[in-house]
Structure formats: C-alpha cells, structure tokens
Design a protein around this ligand. Structure first.
Ligand code: NI
Length: 221
C-alpha cells in the first residue's frame, strides 16, 4: 500500500537556519532521507512517529506538543505518522554551523597543501573566482593576484622562492563568511637566507571554498 506523503512547508531558509513545518495526515511518510545538518524538532501536536531505520529495523517515538529534542547530522530514516490523527512538527536545521565546519576543513586542507608544496592541492581549495593579496607589494593591499591562473602562478612562485618552507603553529577560526588562519612561516630562500616570521591570512569564502586569501606578516627589524 502506498502511503500519502508528508507535506513540508519551508518558513525560513536564510543561510543560517532552515525551518520546515512538516504536516502528516494519518499514515503519511516523509520518505527515506539522511539529515545533512544538526537539527531540532519542535512538535506542534502530540502524536506517535513510526521510524524505519537503515538496518531495516523500526522504532517508535512519542511526540509531546511543545517538547523539543535535538539530533546530530547523519541521522537516516523514514518517518511515518503512526497515529490516527494529523500530526505536525517544526524541523529547525542549523545549516550555517555545517558550512562553518566545511570551511574549517578547507582551511586545514589548505595549510596541509602548503606544507606538502602541492600547488594543485592549494588550487583545489580555491573558488572558481578567486584572488590572493600577498603581504608585500606596491599597493595598500600588498600585491593583488586576481583569477585562478594568476593565483596559481603566485603560489608556485612562492615555492620557487623558498626551496625549503614550513607553515607551523596553524590555527583556524571561521565566523560567518570570514576565516582567519595564523601560522609561523619558517623558510630558506634561494640565496640561503632564512626567514622565520609569524603571519596570518584573512579569508573570504564562496561556499566552502576560498574566494580571497589576504596575507599579513610581521615586519622584523
Ligand atoms: Ni528525519
């Protein structure tokens, strides 16, 4: 027997939260789904959910109107209204925290690619439209390298200028659309001169990829 489908009504979808009201006739189901975000369920009615689980097993959950519960990303199930009356709840998904976690993972990969001297790995972290503003240059922004090809050339030139280089003490923070990485650069230049200096990057993002790397370094004197 085919079950009726639960009806989703999206109330908020602003990049920080997605709030969906799910309305279930008796016997209605969501269909099989995997949650891609941490979420909170706020029951709008009392009711009983029949859950089908990935191992083929089943479970039941009692809903009490106004009594919320939270779950982590990765939950997989089909959800059926197991009661005789209509049922509804609000699903509040924390979509931004998920994006922030993916952006932090990008910054981890980016730092690892620098230490691996892997230009392809660096470019895999950069958005389709991207820029690099290096710490030294003729303008107030340092030197501006705009577009994937210019960014790739600038990154490769840095490896070329420093046959030995390491970025240590890496730390990352992401807040909203801005990322911050601090590090200590320890390098040996082509002429044998050594550099050891603390610095940081301020990042702009396009989705989970880097749209702008804006670099700053201490000026040793
Ligand atoms: Ni679900």
């Amino acid at each position: 027997m085919t079950r009726p489908e639960a009806e989703p009504v999206v109330h908020i979808d602003d990049g920080r939260f997605r709030v969906t009201e799910w309305r279930f006739a008796p016997g209605a189901e969501t269909g099989w789904h995997i949650h891609g975000h941490d979420y909170v369920i706020v029951p709008l009615t009392d009711g009983r959910l029949d859950l089908t689980l990935p191992d083929g097993g089943s479970a039941q959950a009692e809903l009490r109107r106004g009594v919320p519960y939270s779950r982590r990303t990765g939950v997989a199930h089909n959800v059926v209204n197991g009661g005789a009356a209509p049922l509804a709840f609000l699903e509040v998904e924390a979509v931004e925290s998920d994006l922030s976690a993916r952006r932090l993972a990008t910054l981890d990969r980016f730092l690892a690619a620098w230490n691996a001297r892997d230009v392809d790995g660096l470019m895999d972290c950069m958005a389709e439209s991207c820029a690099f503003h290096s710490s030294a240059g003729p303008g107030p922004e340092g030197a501006r390298h705009e577009g994937r090809e210019a960014v790739r050339v600038a990154y490769a030139a840095l490896f070329d200028a420093f046959p030995q280089a390491a970025w240590t003490r890496g730390r990352h923070v992401v807040s909203g659309d801005t990322g911050l990485s601090s590090w200590r650069f320890v390098g040996t230049a082509r002429d044998g001169g050594t550099v050891e200096v603390d610095g940081c990057d301020i990042f702009g993002f396009d989705g989970e990829l880097i749209a702008l790397k804006d670099s700053y370094r201490k000026n040793r004197s």
